[in-house]
Design a protein around this ligand. Structure first.
Ligand code: ADP
Ligand code: ASP
Ligand code: MG
Length: 440
């Protein structure tokens, strides 16, 4: 089996006609590769908005937004293609997809229709890009991710299915070296169109890389790799040249938007390096994420995850009792709600969740064990570095930086590379900035 390089380009990297042309330059060499594209930037947000209006039966506004988005795509075509042949082909594709979308302006609008709409972004970007390659005599194959990418009944990737079907698709073209496909979109256990959740194109690339046992998975975005802090909120951040899979997973899970949180898993399991690169500055080294545990002494990076709910269960019955935590955890398991942080004292336990779908039911059940207090609008600050048990002074550095921030929970020692701190979301930016000043 041929060895493929996986190259995933995010929304900004294919955000306009010129950017698409730049991507074409980055992928045209002899190396066999699978190119995974996101929707053009802004598109998925627009599609989400259109679906929201359709749910609300506000058909006029939905129609207007569909019209605006279609126009945007027609303009991209005019800039992207230089021959009438391909311009017309692309315009026809655009008309078909937007006409199809208009068929969803119906009273009974369900998640089924919504997911079909959300899939249009990646289908459009890959089709336009494929036509551009054809127009420029660059030989490639457009693979529909809907033919191989699949999630099971628990919304987890069906890895066996993905591997079998992707390989079968690729084997149909033994002489081809360049494949273009969609990130984000997939089918679910019922064969319906579905997706890997927002930002999921990174995850698609990682699943494809693992399925094909690639040598490397490259994630091309609009910044020169993983930064030590969130550049949206903090000035003077810098790119990190190397991270371990575990470090990258913690940062991605706890809010570093550059990587979809599930991306690391398939790559780590298959031991495939993930390289983050900047489409706007391809010469920059970026970040290499590998299985090599890098035993550096420093604190490497900070990330923050919003939308956290803290729940405290206080009970005299916990004192000297065993089995108490099990009962509490079982409640969360019954409502399929993952727990992120946990801290315990002899009479109380505090924990956090990021999905409040079943919050009321969970709280109702927990009340049988003691008094329950809920704090919403919390943020987890995650500090990643080397916090091995024999190290001294690491916590001091972190808490000195946060001396003026009220802290709700602390988790230290869960792993050797992470300290998590729960704060009120209002304190997030101040905390990230304070950590930046004191730690780096
Ligand atoms: P793409 O559309 O290419 O997937 P994203 O917008 O999803 O790109 O991710 C890249 C963005 O992630 C950057 O522009 C940056 O603002 C944001 N970001 C947040 N935290 C970090 C971090 N620690 N390092 C780098 N970028 C980060
Ligand atoms: N287009 C999808 C989104 O905006 C997936 C992605 O870009 O990774 O969420
Ligand atoms: Mg992204």
């Amino acid at each position: 089996m041929k060895s493929f390089l996986i190259m995933k380009f995010g929304g900004t990297s294919v955000g306009n006609a010129q950017r698409m042309k730049n991507v074409a330059k980055l992928i045209t060499n002899e190396t066999p590769k699978i190119v995974v594209l996101s929707a053009m930037s802004g598109t998925t947000n627009s599609l989400v908005e259109i679906a929201e209006y359709l749910y609300k039966k506000n058909h006029d506004t939905a129609n207007e937004l569909i019209f605006q988005l279609e126009n945007k795509y027609r303009n991209v075509c005019n800039e992207l293609f230089s021959t009438n042949e391909y311009k017309n082909l692309a315009l026809e594709t655009i008309s078909n997809h937007f006409d199809d979308m208009r068929k969803f302006i119906i009273d009974v609008f369900t998640t089924l229709e919504e997911k079909s709409i959300l899939a249009k972004g990646e289908i459009l970007s890959t089709t336009l890009f494929y036509y551009y390659l054809l127009e420029n005599n660059i030989d490639s194959v457009l693979l529909s991710a809907l033919n191989f990418m699949r999630i099971d009944k628990s919304d987890e990737p069906d890895f066996y299915y993905i591997k079998e079907n992707l390989q079968r698709e690729i084997n149909l073209y033994p002489d081809k070296n360049l494949f273009i496909t969609q990130g984000y979109i997939c089918r679910n256990a019922f064969g319906e169109i579905d997706n890997l959740k927002r930002g999921g194109s990174d995850f698609s690339a990682s699943l494809i890389g693992a399925a094909l046992r690639s040598n490397e998975i490259e994630i091309w975005t609009d910044i020169d790799g993983f930064h030590n802090n969130d550049p949206r909120f903090v000035q003077k951040t810098h790119s990190i040249s190397e991270l371990s899979f575990d470090e990258a997973a913690e940062l991605a899970y706890f809010g570093a938007k550059i990587l979809h949180p599930s991306t690391v898993l398939p790559a780590k399991a298959a031991n495939i390096p993930v390289r983050l690169k900047n489409t706007m500055n391809p010469k920059a080294a970026g970040t290499l994420i590998t299985n090599n545990s890098l035993n550096t002494d420093e604190i490497k990076a900070v990330a923050a995850k919003d939308g956290i709910v803290a729940i405290k269960i206080k009970s005299g019955r916990m004192l000297l009792a065993y089995g108490f935590l099990r009962k509490i955890f079982e409640t969360f398991e019954r409502f399929q709600t993952p727990i992120d942080m946990v801290t315990t004292s002899e009479i109380a336990v505090s924990l956090t969740i990021d999905n409040d779908q079943y919050l009321e039911k969970i709280v109702e059940e927990l009340r049988q064990y003691g008094t329950v207090a809920v704090d919403k609008n919390q943020t987890i600050i995650c500090v990643v570095g080397n916090f091995a048990g024999n190290k001294t002074g690491m916590a001091l550095k972190v808490f000195e930086a946060l001396r003026n921030i009220p802290i709700r929970m602390i988790s230290y020692g869960g792993s050797e590379n992470n300290i998590s701190i729960l704060i009120d979301s209002q304190e997030k930016i101040r905390s990230l900035q304070a950590l930046n000043e004191h730690l780096f």
